[in-house]
Ligand binder design. Structure first.
Ligand code: SF4
Length: 689
């Protein structure tokens, strides 16, 4: 478990510096921001224009696809014109798939070349075969022969290379030996690293992207551990591929990138959105700034600060089942439950109608967090069905006062109370009261306080307890680390009680009050913990509007793959290979299929990469040729080159034929909400605020 210095603080991983032109990546450099142009690379004027637009909004490294040698040749003019426009300091990167010849041309003109180890020297046929050791060695020799010329030329010219592995586009050789797994992704990259090392070439940056944040997080962690075993300290480029657009795209990116940055991994990032590339940069800037503000100095002790979770294998923390009021339960088979803060009891009348609106049918506020300032108020609450109350008890309320005045407290209600190490007696009294009322006591206390209360906790039945943390306190201990410490302390005291993740970011942590900033913080904390297998209840309490808070919570749960409440869209960000307008197509298809809870739908701009990169989607809508679409069921293409005008209807017919269609009763609600009279463009402007 040596992928990071600390799982409780953000201590930056030590790397060598790689120079991408004038821009240093890794070592003591700040986290570098990058993005990609979406124009046809052979349209030099358009590509230069997009590169300038990106540079002007703060993009520090610009990537351009080079799908063939002709496109790679155009990089010469693009580089010259971009420099002439005053951007000689911004490096360009050629994005290569399949064609070593295109890479050999591109390396002459730009500062970095990205190759995909899954398809640089291998044809991907999804073939199943057994590789003997000699077959495998012969394949590696072929790889060595194909990659070495690029390495040698890059070394001569002082260029950098990125070994950019993507989940879903691994070579048949790797797939047959390791499967489409994080380990397969890592092995795929290591093959290339060893070839580069054999030529004494080290200007390398690595990436392990996936559209699934859990896979991506595990792959980067494993890569770092494996590289350290081989004394390799190359910088990392972080990204979640095909994250999609809008709130969902930002959340997925923030979960995957943020989780790794909080652990000190990552030197350059790209937030891939199915939107104009310039919109990626403010999100990337905000993510990078949040991570860098948390960087702590290297600890004096060489010992690494780890918890006992297996960081390379997702396992949900085991908890004891609980039944709450309103027919809702917690348990190992139950999804994380959603709690929404409503404030004092007098707010209930105003918010209950909207929280019970049909709009929230798939995203209900299951628990309502109500602030209680006197024990008498416990008797004033209405019956909530479905759902349960979480009652936040003010500091002065004693267990004795509750016992004398809480005759109407409904069984299965949750009582939230904070405790310090000196309050063992109070803790025992509240636990006894909760037990007598058949309620649950949610204990708000950081791990050191809980550890001091260990004997008391062991004497209380944990079938009626939750544990939570309200605010990050010590700025050097990030909130994610504090929850990891909490989980470890619960393991130490033998508790299987649920953990409630509360997003209550203090002003010190969240100086920028924009919605984007709050969304990123919630994704960092909640997404990271869910991807670690922690978290049974979630509340995002930074939102004043309870309906918005519920939506955001469900979107974060969906982004982390912890609770699916709507269609999952995997949409590529588009690039120079794209064969149709991805933004409008994604929005159009979402409007027709966004109600298909649990269905994963990929919308990919090209056939070259799409089928591999969409990995585990149920259905694929992939550009096959100009004006033509290929439709997929899983990884199998079932309809080729259908006219684009017919593709939506054929996709829906395909979903119906596979038995995954349901009546679109919620579409009207979604459209009214998402489009309104203001249109989609207005939505994008919200994220910038
Ligand atoms: S799938 Fe999309 S982003 Fe990837 S190469 Fe094709 S068009 Fe470009």
């Amino acid at each position: 478990m040596s992928y990071c210095v600390s799982r409780f603080r953000t201590v930056r991983r030590r790397t060598i510096e790689v120079k991408v032109g004038a821009v240093g990546v890794g070592a003591d450099n700040p986290i570098r921001l990058q993005s990609m142009t979406t124009s046809d690379t052979q349209d030099v004027a358009a590509t230069v224009k997009q590169s300038i637009a990106l540079a002007e909004v703060g993009c520090e490294i610009v990537r351009i696809t080079a799908p063939n040698v002709s496109a790679a040749k155009c990089l010469k003019d693009i580089r010259a014109q971009f420099s002439a426009a005053g951007f000689s300091h911004i490096p360009l990167v050629a994005d290569i798939h399949f064609l070593p010849s295109a890479a050999m041309e591109a390396v002459e003109h730009v500062e970095k070349v990205r190759v995909n180890p899954g398809n640089y020297a291998d044809k991907k046929k999804f073939a199943v075969r057994e590789y003997s050791e000699s077959d495998y060695d012969a394949e590696l020799q072929r790889l060595h022969d194909a990659f070495s010329p690029l390495v040698k030329r890059a070394r001569e010219l002082g260029r950098a290379l990125r070994i950019g592995t993507n989940h879903g586009s691994l070579s048949d050789r790797i797939m047959n030996r390791y499967g489409d797994t994080p380990l397969g992704m890592v092995e795929s990259a290591l093959e290339f690293l060893r070839i580069a090392a054999a030529h004494n070439y080290h200007q390398l940056i690595l990436s392990m992207k996936s559209s699934n944040p859990k896979v991506m997080i595990q792959a980067y962690r494993l890569l770092v551990e494996r590289m350290e075993c081989e004394n390799m300290f190359y910088p990392l480029h972080l990204g979640v591929t095909e994250a999609g657009d809008g709130e969902d795209g930002r959340i997925k990116s923030a979960i995957g990138i943020g989780s790794l940055l909080l652990d000190g991994l990552g030197d350059t990032i790209r937030v891939s959105l199915t939107e104009d590339s310039v919109y990626e940069i403010p999100v990337a800037r905000a993510i990078a700034d949040k991570a860098m503000s948390r960087w702590s100095p290297l600890p004096a002790s060489p010992e690494r600060e780890n918890d006992r979770l297996d960081p390379y294998q997702f396992t949900r923390r085991a908890i004891l089942p609980q039944t709450l009021s309103g027919g809702i339960s917690l348990g190992p088979e139950q999804p994380p439950r959603v709690v929404v803060r409503v404030g004092p009891p007098e707010n209930l009348a105003a918010v209950l109608p909207s929280l019970h609106s049909p709009k929230l049918k798939e995203t209900p506020a299951e628990g309502l967090l109500v602030s209680i300032d006197s024990a008498a108020a416990l008797n004033t609450l209405p019956v909530l069905d479905p759902g349960f109350f979480v009652l936040e008890l003010a500091a002065g309320i004693s267990a004795e006062a509750c016992a004398s005045q809480a005759a109407r407290l409904r069984p299965g209600t949750v009582l939230l109370k904070s405790f310090t190490r000196t309050e063992a007696t109070s803790l025992r009294e509240f636990a006894a009261f909760a037990q007598a009322q058949n309620c649950v006591l949610a204990i708000d206390a950081p791990a050191p306080e809980l550890a001091a209360l260990a004997d008391t906790l062991r004497s209380i039945s944990d079938t009626k307890l939750w544990f939570t943390l309200s605010t990050p306190t010590d700025p050097t201990v990030h909130a994610t680390g504090a929850y990891r410490q909490l989980a470890q302390t619960l393991q130490d005291v033998g508790s299987g009680a649920p953990i409630w993740i509360r997003n209550t970011a203090a002003t010190a942590v969240l100086p920028d009050p924009s919605f984007l900033s709050r969304l990123l913080e919630a994704s960092f904390l909640t997404g990271t913990l869910l991807c670690d297998g922690l978290g049974d209840v979630v509340s995002i309490e930074t939102e004043a509007d309870p309906v918005r808070a519920a939506r955001l919570t469900y979107n974060v749960l969906q982004g982390a793959g912890a609770r699916i409440s709507k269609t999952e869209f995997v949409a590529c960000p588009s690039c120079g290979r794209t064969l149709f307008d991805l933004q409008t197509t994604t929005q159009r298809i979402r409007a027709q299929t966004g109600h298909l809870k649990g269905v994963k739908l990929a919308i990919m701009g090209c056939i070259v990469n799409g089928p591999g990169e969409m990995a585990d989607a149920d259905f694929g809508y992939v550009g096959g040729a100009p004006g033509k679409i290929n439709l997929y069921v899983g990884k199998n293409c079932v309809q080729y080159n259908i006219p684009q005008e017919e593709a939506d209807a054929r996709l829906i017919a395909l979903i119906k034929a596979q038995g995954k269609w349901i009546d679109p009763e919620l579409i009207r609600v979604w459209l009214a909400d998402a489009q309104g009279s203001r249109g989609f463009k207005f939505r994008w402007s919200i994220w910038m605020g």
